[in-house]
Design a protein around this ligand. Structure first.
Ligand code: AKG
Ligand code: FE2
Length: 792
C-alpha cells in the first residue's frame, strides 16, 4: 500500500467539491435543461488532478491517453493497477504526469458516479474520501468520520460498495472492522458481501474466505454474491481446490451456482498450467475443466435461480453469454439442434422415465445450462496445448457454437431441476449409493419426484411412531408434540425433501473431486499403520474421550489435534529438506505471496502419485517417499477408529503435497483451512490437515511456530431437527462440523516446526496461524484430506 500523502487535504477536497456542486446547482436553477458548466472531461481532470496534487484546471482529453472511452481508460488503468505499477503518462502537450494508478482509478470511479447521478454526488465524495483513508493511515480516522453520514443512514454497505468499485479492498476491510463493533450500526448480508467483492477484486482470496466465515459467526447467511465472490477470488488466485470446495457447498447454503460461478472455476483451471509449481497438473487441469463444464450442464436449476438469472441478465445484458440447453445426456448433440431452434414454444420436450418402485411414469426433463464463454476458454486452452488435445478443443468450440440458442424460460408448470439420480449415483462417491439405499432409494433411477416420494414416506412412517422419536433425549425434542400429527408430517416431509435434494446436487458436483482423489482405505502403508494408535483417532474425533498422550497441552485444549514426533526417519526428513532447498534454488517456488494473510510466503506443489506423475521424475525421491508415507496416515486413522468403534468419517486423499516456506518476517494470520457451513452429511470436502515440518536447524527464537488457538463450539442456533435430519432419514453420514465459532486470542499452544514433526488437525475446526519467522526459510509440507461422505 502506498504511503504517499496526497496533496489535497480532506478539507480542501470538500471545499472544492462543495464549490462544484453549488455551481452546478445554480446553473440548473436558471435552466433545468442546461448542462452543468463543468463538462465531463474537465470534471474528470479536476478530480484526477486534485487527487494527484496537480493544479486545477488542467485540460486534457480522453485521447490524450490513447483511449476512446472512459471505460477503455478505466480498463487500462485497472490492468496496470493489478501489476501494482506506478506509471508515467506523457500527455499530448509533452507534459509528463506521474500517476499513482490506484488514485487514477479512484478518479475514474468518481467520474463514473457523476455520470450516473448527473451531479457530483455524495457517493463521489465518499470515494474521494476513501482514497485518503487508503493512502494514508493518519487520515484514516478523519476519512471514516466523513463516511459517518452514510453509516448513520444505516447504509454502510454503500460505503463498502464504493470501496469495491474503487479497487480499495483495504478500505473495505477496515470499514467492516471499524463498524462491526458499533452498536448503532446493523451490518447485513450486503455489507459483508460487498466486502468480499472488494477483497476479490484486490486478489485477496484469503480475506474473502475470512469475511465469509465472519458472516457465519454473526449468523448471517451468505448470499450468492458473497459465495460467488469468494469462489472467484479463490479461483483467480489459482486456489482452485478451495474454489471447487465452495462450489460443492453452494447447495448447502441453499444457493445454486450460476454460469459465472462455474466460469470462474473453469477459467482458473485452464490457467493452472501457466502458474509456477503447478506444472504437475498439465493437461489434467484441462480435463478437469471439461468435466466441470459437463457437471455444469447437468446441474439442475430451480425456478428461483431462473428468476435471479433473468434479473441479472436483464441488468447486464448477458443473455448472449448464457445458453439454455434442453437436452438429455444420451443424445445431447441431436437435441441441442432441435431444441435450440428459434420459434419452438418453450424450447423443451419432456423426457420421461419409469420409477421402478411403483411403475409410475415421471418427468425427468433435465434443464441444462452452459456458459458459452466458459467453453470458449477451455477450447482456447486446449487448442493451444498438445496436438493430442487440439481436436478436443475444436470439438468444444463447435459444441459451444451449436448450443447457442435464445434463452428460454422453462414453463411455469414444470417442476424445475429434475435430473436422474441413477446417472448421478453412478458417479457418486463410493458408498453414497449404499447410503441412499438405506434411505429407501434402493439404487433405482430417481427423479426429484422420487426423492419427494421417499421424503413423504419417511415422514409418514415417523408420524405413525411419534412416541419413539419425539421426547426427551429422542431424535426430536418434546416441543414437536405441540403440533398436530398432520402438521408434523408436513413439516418433516418438507425438511427431508430439502435435505435429499441437497445431497442430490452435491453428488453431481462432488464427482469432480473423486477423479482427483483416492479413498484412504486403498492407501495403507505399514509405516503409518504401525505408528497410529487408537488414542490418536480419539484425539481427533472424540477429544473429550482422549487421554493426554503426546503433546498434552494441545490435548488439554481439547481441539482435535495430534502432534507426532520421532516418526519420520531423520535421514529421510533431512534429504527431503535438501531437495526442497534445491528446488527453491532451481526457481521452482511460486512468487512471494502478496496476501496480507501470509505475506511473503512461497510454495510449490508436489504431485507424488496419480495419473500424470508416473516416472516423470517431477518429485524428487525423498519427498516422494515422504508424501507416499504421509498419505498412509488417514487410512490408518480410519482403521483405528473402526477398531474402537468410534464414529469417524471416511476419508480421501489427493496424492499431492504442498510445500510452503516462510522467510524472515513472513507469517500466517489465524485462519481455518476449511471454512464451511452446511449441515448435509455428504460433503466431500476438507476434513484433515496433515503437516510435516522440515527444518533441521530450527532453534528457539527462530519463530515460525504453528500457533493453535482455543476453539469454542456452540450448539446450533436454529430450532428444529437440524443435525438430526440424517438420523431421522436413517442415513448416518453426518460428520459435518458446521457449528464451530472461534475466540482466538484467548488460549493457544505454540508448536515448534521441528524436523520430522507431524501435526494433524481438523481443517474445519482448528484455528491456527504461523508466528513470524526469523529463520531464512521455514519449511512445511501439507497434505489435505477430504471427506468421503460415507459413514463407517
Ligand atoms: O506451516 C504451517 O505450520 C501451517 C500452514 C498453514 O496453516 C496453511 O498452509 O494453511
Ligand atoms: Fe492453515
Amino acid at each position: 500500500m502506498s504511503k504517499k500523502r496526497p496533496a489535497a487535504s480532506i478539507a480542501s477536497l470538500e471545499r472544492e467539491i462543495a464549490k462544484l456542486k453549488k455551481e452546478n446547482a445554480e446553473l440548473r436553477g436558471e435552466d433545468p435543461k442546461k448542462k452543468p458548466r463543468v463538462g465531463r472531461n474537465a470534471k474528470e481532470a479536476y478530480v484526477t488532478c486534485l487527487l494527484l496534487g496537480q493544479e486545477y484546471p488542467f485540460s486534457f482529453e480522453m485521447d490524450d491517453f490513447g483511449a476512446n472511452s472512459t471505460d477503455e481508460l478505466h480498463a487500462s488503468f485497472r490492468e496496470n493497477l493489478r501489476d501494482g505499477k506506478e506509471i508515467e503518462f506523457t500527455l499530448k502537450g509533452g507534459k509528463k504526469v506521474e500517476a499513482n494508478l490506484r488514485v487514477w482509478s479512484l478518479g475514474i470511479a468518481v467520474r463514473r458516479e457523476e455520470d450516473r447521478t448527473k451531479l457530483l454526488s455524495v457517493p463521489a465524495l465518499w470515494r474521494t474520501t476513501l482514497a485518503l483513508l487508503h493512502v494514508d493511515d493518519d487520515v484514516g480516522s478523519a476519512a471514516e468520520a466523513q463516511l459517518r453520514p452514510l453509516a448513520a443512514r444505516n447504509r454502510p454497505w454503500q460505503a463498502i460498495r464504493s470501496c469495491a468499485d474503487a479497487s480499495a479492498w483495504p478500505c473495505a476491510l477496515e470499514l467492516l472492522e471499524r463498524w462491526r463493533s458499533r452498536a448503532d450500526l446493523r451490518l447485513g448480508t450486503w455489507t459483508y458481501s460487498s466486502t468480499i467483492v472488494a477483497c476479490g477484486r484486490g486478489d485477496q482470496w484469503q480475506h474473502s474466505m475470512a469475511v465469509l466465515s465472519r458472516m457465519e459467526e454473526v449468523r448471517l447467511s451468505a448470499d450468492l454474491i458473497a459465495m460467488s465472490a469468494t469462489i472467484s477470488s479463490c479461483a483467480a488466485a489459482a486456489q482452485w481446490q478451495r474454489a471447487l470446495r465452495y462450489l460443492v457447498e453452494l447447495p448447502q447454503a441453499k444457493l445454486e451456482a450460476d454460469a459465472m460461478t462455474y466460469h470462474a472455476v473453469t477459467s482458473a483451471l485452464v490457467k493452472l498450467e501457466k502458474i509456477p509449481g503447478m506444472g504437475g497438473w498439465k493437461g489434467e487441469s484441462l480435463e478437469l475443466a471439461m468435466k466441470l463444464l459437463e457437471q455444469m450442464s447437468s446441474a439442475s436449476m430451480a425456478n428461483e435461480s431462473w428468476k435471479t438469472r433473468d434479473e441479472t441478465c436483464a441488468k447486464e445484458v448477458t443473455y448472449s453469454r448464457v445458453i439454455h440447453l434442453t437436452v438429455s445426456r444420451e443424445d445431447d448433440e441431436d437435441k441441442a439442434d432441435k431444441f435450440g431452434s428459434p420459434g419452438q414454444a418453450e424450447g423443451q420436450r419432456p423426457v420421461w422415465a419409469t420409477d421402478q418402485r411403483n411403475g409410475q411414469r415421471i418427468e425427468v426433463t433435465p434443464t441444462y445450462s452452459v456458459a458459452v464463454h466458459g467453453r470458449r476458454a477451455v477450447a482456447a486452452a486446449l487448442g493451444a496445448s498438445s496436438p493430442r488435445l487440439r481436436p478436443l478443443g475444436a470439438a468444444t468450440l463447435l459444441l459451444a457454437a451449436s448450443r447457442r440458442a435464445p434463452l428460454r424460460r422453462p414453463s411455469a408448470s414444470r417442476t424445475a431441476g429434475t435430473a436422474v439420480l441413477g446417472s448421478a449415483s453412478s458417479s457418486a462417491p463410493p458408498g453414497l449409493v449404499e447410503a441412499l439405499a438405506q434411505a429407501g432409494l434402493g439404487g433405482t433411477a430417481a427423479s426429484e419426484a422420487a426423492l419427494r416420494h421417499v421424503a413423504e414416506r419417511r415422514a409418514e412412517e415417523l408420524v405413525e411412531h411419534l412416541e419413539e422419536v419425539v421426547g426427551e433425549g429422542k431424535l426430536l425434542d418434546a416441543g414437536w408434540l405441540q403440533m398436530g400429527k398432520e402438521e408434523i408430517r408436513k413439516k418433516l416431509a418438507e425438511i427431508f425433501t430439502g435435505y435429499l435434494l441437497e445431497i442430490h446436487q452435491i453428488v453431481q458436483v462432488s464427482d469432480v473431486f473423486n477423479d482427483l482423489s483416492v479413498p484412504c482405505r486403498t492407501w495403507r502403508r505399514p509405516w503409518a499403520d504401525a505408528l497410529v494408535a487408537a488414542h490418536h483417532a480419539r484425539q481427533l474425533w472424540a477429544p473429550h474421550l482422549a487421554v493426554a498422550q503426546d503433546f498434552s497441552q494441545l490435548n488439554a485444549l481439547g481441539l482435535g489435534c495430534i502432534v507426532l514426533d520421532g516418526m519420520v526417519p531423520p535421514q529421510l526428513a533431512a534429504d527431503a529438506h535438501a531437495e526442497l532447498e534445491q528446488m527453491a534454488q532451481d526457481g521452482k517456488l511460486s512468487d512471494f505471496s502478496q496476501s496480507t494473510c501470509n505475506p511473503g510466503s512461497r510454495h510449490l506443489w508436489l504431485r507424488f502419485a496419480g495419473p500424470g506423475s508416473d516416472g516423470d521424475g517431477l518429485v524428487p525421491p525423498a519427498l516422494a517417499t515422504l508424501g507416499d508415507a504421509l498419505a498412509g496416515l488417514p487410512g490408518a486413522l480410519e482403521e483405528r477408529a473402526r477398531e474402537v468403534q468410534l464414529s469417524s468419517p471416511r476419508l480421501r486423499i489427493v496424492p499431492n503435497l504442498m510445500a510452503a516456506t516462510y522467510g524472515p518476517g513472513s507469517h500466517y494470520v489465524p485462519h481455518k483451512d476449511m471454512y464451511s457451513g452446511g449441515s448435509c452429511g455428504f460433503e466431500n470436502t476438507g476434513m484433515l490437515t496433515i503437516l510435516c515440518y522440515l527444518n533441521p536447524h530450527w532453534r528457539p527464537g527462530d519463530g515460525g511456530e504453528l500457533r493453535v488457538f482455543n476453539t469454542l463450539r456452540e450448539a446450533p442456533a436454529s430450532p428444529g431437527p437440524g443435525r438430526r435430519v440424517p438420523e431421522l432419514l436413517q442415513i448416518t453420514a453426518d460428520h459435518s462440523e458446521s457449528t464451530t465459532t472461534t475466540s482466538h486470542g484467548e488460549a493457544f499452544v505454540d508448536v515448534e516446526p521441528l524436523l520430522g514433526r507431524i501435526v494433524i488437525f481438523r481443517s474445519r475446526e482448528v484455528w491456527h496461524g504461523i508466528q513470524p519467522s526469523k529463520a531464512p526459510r521455514r519449511w512445511a509440507v501439507t497434505l489435505w484430506v477430504l471427506a468421503d461422505g460415507q459413514p463407517e
